[in-house]
Ligand binder design. Sequence first.
Ligand code: GDD
Ligand code: MG
Length: 397
Amino acid sequence: MRVENPRYTERFGSVRINDVQSVLELDSGRAKEVPPEENIAALKVEEDVIKDYEEKMAIVIPTKDEKLKLFEGVISGVPHECLLIVVSNSQRKRVNRFQMEEDTLNQFCHFTRRQALIIHQKDPILAQALGEAGYDDLLDENGQVRNGKAEGMIAGMLMAMVAKKDYVGFIDADNYFPGAVWEYVKCYAAGLSMSESPYAMVRILWRYKPKLSLGMYFKKRGRVSEITNKCMNSLISVKTGFETEIIKTGNAGEHAMCLRLAKMLPYASGYAVEPQELVSIFEEFGGVLPMAHGKAAKHGVDVFQIETRNPHLHEEKGTQHLQEMLLPGLGTIYHSPLCEEETKQVILDELLQQYVIVPDEEPPKPRIYPPLKRVNLQKFSEIMEGYMGSYSAPGEK
Ligand code: GDD
Ligand code: MG
């Protein structure tokens, strides 16, 4: 793969936010000695390097009642070396959709000689393991894991830690193009390989997000993303005193991290998770608030934003769904201790304009889960190991 080198990097304390880097070639040919000057504008990331990262990476797929054909396509697009981890919140009553997902994954792993883990978010064993490992924050009043995409992602990250992976990437289960899924993971690996720090995050930006309205229209950005990016940039601009548009991936559902970084961040529930990740990075490493992680701050945190070649086509879930995503997302920025009055006003104006709040209403405070380093991983593994629906080809386990 050949990807543009970061042409511009903005710093917020010890966070290095790299401007968008485009994929130039999906396949950059055989490995060979490349003279350094050839790697100045664009970096050739060799296939073997990508595979080294994939081998150490778990891909977490959160899913809730998605079409089985889409799920099947998504898993087929995840490169072979990655460990697949599916966390499902699909229905089990009447039609047992979870069972169908399990069967599909099982068959896929059997024929492709792959390894995968799958668990239902509401499985009582998961709740027990979290409780006993000191992380009952994720549980509701009935002692079950709460609903939400973030909650599924958190369970997935813990499973990746149990599996002793170094990196975790996330892919939604409702993607229509397996080729796009494949490219996301290649970009995760390429981005992580560019990092100067062991604390890195790669966020995907789509070149196009096609909409079907009187023919296909290749739209560049969604409304929710535009607004989230604007508000996130306002937060940085007001704090630094220099206007910026550096953040282009405030909502990026498709993203990857070093687990070292993932362990340190507080997470917001549901769909607020992705904007909160950036807010958490700014809070913990931005140098404005007291730095909690001296050693990590010394290395700094690298944030990469990589623009893919494949368009992103996923399930359309309607306007109300978009509003349900915008409000908690902006809530993470609004309620950050870094957020000044000026940015709060930008957020309120946007929410009013989108009819998401009424005058004098504020976005609700997000539910924040503490960093995963608090989990007693030993205890969590003892309860979970040997229990998670696990598939692997004979002789590969
Ligand atoms: N495990 C689990 N539990 N998965 C869930 C849940 C849940 O409660 N709710 C949703 N999911 C899964 C969906 O099945 C899908 O695979 C993925 O999470 C994303 O949910 P969507 O409902 O498809 O979200 P979206 O497409 O509107 O938004 C996506 O893109 C945004 C912009 O990049 C999400 O990834 C957002 O988080 C992201 O901000
Ligand atoms: Mg979707």
